[in-house]
Design a protein around this ligand. Sequence first.
Ligand code: ADP
Ligand code: MG
Length: 667
Amino acid sequence: MDSLTQISGVGTKTLAKLNKLSIFTPLDLLYHFPYRYIDFSHITDINKLQENEAVTINGQLLSFQNIFTRSHKNLQKAVISDKTGQINLLWFNQPYLSKNFRVGDTYSFAGTVTLFQNKKTIIGAISGQYHTGKIVAIYPETSGLTSNWFRKTIQSYLPQLIKNISDTIPNEILKKYQLFGLSNSLSQIHLPSNSKLLQQGRYRLSIDEILSLQTKSYLTKQSWLTKKPQITLEANSKINQKINKIIKNLPFKLTNSQEKVWQEIKNDITNPTKVTNRLLQGDVGSGKTIVALLACYLSHLNQSLSLLIAPTEILAQQHFNTFKKILKSTKTPLFLLTGTSKINFDKIPKNSIIISTHAIIYQKEKLKHQVALLIVDEQHKFGVKQRSFLGNSISLPHCLTMTATPIPRTISLTLLGNLDISIIDSLPTNRLPIKTFLVPPQKISQCFSWIENEIMTTKCQAFVVCPFIDISETMQSVKSATEEFKKISTIFPKLKLDLLHGKIKSKDKDKIISDFQKNKINILITTPIIEVGVDIPNASIMIIQSADRFGLSQLHQLRGRVGRGQLQSYCYLFTESTNDKAQNRLKFMEKNSNGLKIAEYDLKTRGPGEAFSVVQHGFPSLKLANFSDLELIDLSQKILADLVKNKNFDLNSLIPKQLLKENIVSN
Ligand code: ADP
Ligand code: MG
């Protein structure tokens, strides 16, 4: 079959409806998968029917009536009998049904038994060979194209639809892993023989989904491997000595994890044959900045330019201050470039470190020297595409991305196969675990007076984060933060409060942060602008308003702003939501502080888009497979490894466009 119009009854009108569901070709129709099934395969005697049971019955139609009730409702009522008894069938507003049935004839009906006016009844029963006596598929519908339509159409055209399907996975691999063939799987998913075969068909098609994503990552990595470093870096003994001196003079000792990832990154960026494309993951507060600094310093010692891009101006400023302090004894030229701070590009020496917001993207032509190393901090504020913006088709700068979002293994195996990953898996030892509490509205005032007392006695500081899930600062969020500021000011008349949000002028912002750092401000009311990176060890209390509106990973990031110093830290989650799901999610935050666990929970309860917008924009939505199914993902990985070994195999054939059509992964 090569056109949908070959299906009887499909003309321009139906075609337009199919197009609405992204079905343009017979193959698209074949890949329009059911999202659920009802098992009507049990053919039951009428006297054995149980309430709530999905069944098929066979029997003779004793009567059929079209009834108009006094309340102007239109009902169809039928009585059907077999040798064991009889039962009522009921429909609403389907007068045309009378044309389908003749009293005295025998029919099959499928439906679920309910009690209606105290009598066992089947409401909305369906009849006919496509819908009864089997497991029945339920499809995504659109107005005018019901599940019944899809079921009937796909079943009657199934042989033609799967006729010319060739398997994407070679036979020997299917045998090796005991997987169903493609045609068989497609046939089972629409017209299951039984639940076991259905499950095997779905499993095979789920493998296809994961395999196509993994193949995409793999091919991206292969193409990256053909690129050369724009500038090669080395770590000779003199350079190593200088780096070790910086490490020795730090106010703290690097954790083992930091040591380990620094070695990984150093080896990577000093490899002359391969361009680094690495992701550095480390929970909030794990100390990624110092690792970034060492890499930039290595570039400087190679007389080369490095660039660290931060997601916000506040953070760029903070990184700049940290770098200045730690590299004080060296003569490293440091530059800060933000939307508001202008620099003279002609005066930037080749061996500089530039710390910037993404403002740099629009000024990259002004850079007089090639960039050896690009580090992007907290990537979710920064488009993935821009990652390679400083290179060309042959050579690229070494790229290091840093993120605090923990990456479950299933995600790294499917979507991040193109990246090398380094993980800082422990926190500096001087940290106390943060105590987290869910606070219902009636306990808020009690909570405020406790906080006031705590601030007065320990001289600690607090953040109040206002409820804006949108990362970009809008006028709306600024207005709410301003109102919140007024409200909270009246609650704490004895304390000094200030307000920080993205629309405040850069100079004033710096002043507020520096005042907060110097403990001239007790409570800082803010938007999630502080979500990433802001490092104020004396702040040990955080209140998050309307916490239910945040993703858990985002809450975890926010919470990571406290718990950075010697004091016991507290995080209070305020919510007005009494919704069970929201309550459970927040209770999970109360009990868990492990970022990976939180991310995995987010992945299960909200899906990957919420949890991992950080790692990848345009997260693919899978039709069948589940991003937390490690077993499936591992198997698919094995299959890919086998196929890669076969030099004659075209890996591109593993990326069927029917699977990825709605799921475009931007890279
Ligand atoms: P993140 O990984 O969230 O970016 P930072 O790099 O901002 O974390 O580090 C958080 C805080 O921990 C900073 O104040 C930093 O100086 C401090 N820090 C980093 N490494 C260590 C260490 N090994 N021991 C103690 N404190 C450290
Ligand atoms: Mg950071």
